[in-house]
Write a protein that binds this ligand. Structure first.
Ligand SMILES: [Zn+2]
Length: 179
């Protein structure tokens, strides 16, 4: 019995204190999201191939690209945010309020990076590339150049337990929003 328990603890993807598997799923539609015209007015790059949208409990994937699990985890953060606030209200504010947008995107990118790292535990170079790509996206034209690349990298890597003096345990957008 004891020996068996020890073996199980050494299983490569087992994370202590967490039950496996923890796979986040969402609905998906191969179509533009509701309100796409309005989104395009604010984000002209949103019609690029591969850009996806969370609207409520559904990922809208108009260019029908393959969606890796870490993107599902990113969109699932937006799903929670939207269902909390009201989907229409969330999108309305997301389109006009840059600080709000950053505040919503930071935890989504953190979840995406965390998932990528969990799924690529033995590939340090892949994790480094992924962080660079995610930081380039978070700081890039798609979202309207909200922050600098270096700040994006730092914010994405940050784990909540490493942020000192933040009683909410959440990385504040203010830390990266000063341009
Ligand atoms: Zn996002």
């Amino acid at each position: 019995m004891k020996a068996k328990d020890e073996v199980e603890k050494k299983a490569p993807l087992q994370i202590e204190g967490e039950e496996l598997p923890r796979v986040v799923t969402m609905k998906m539609k191969h179509a533009p999201p509701p309100g796409f015209e309005e989104m395009l007015r604010v984000f002209p790059f949103a019609n690029r191939a591969g850009v996806m949208f969370c609207f409520g409990d559904t990922i809208y994937n108009p260019s029908k690209v393959r969606v890796p699990q870490w993107i599902v985890e990113h969109e699932a953060i937006h799903m929670k945010q939207q269902l909390n606030m009201g989907v229409e209200a969330w999108w309305k504010r997301y389109l006009i309020d840059v600080n709000f947008r950053l505040d919503q995107e930071v935890p989504a990118h953190q979840a995406e990076y965390r998932c990528f790292c969990e799924m690529n535990p033995r590939d340090r170079n892949a994790r480094r590339r992924a962080l660079r790509d995610m930081a380039a996206r978070l700081s890039g034209v798609l979202y309207g150049r909200m922050i600098r690349f270096e700040d994006a990298q730092r914010l994405i890597k940050n784990r909540k337990e490493r942020v000192n003096g933040d009683s909410q345990g959440v990385v504040s957008a203010d830390q990266g929003a000063d341009l």
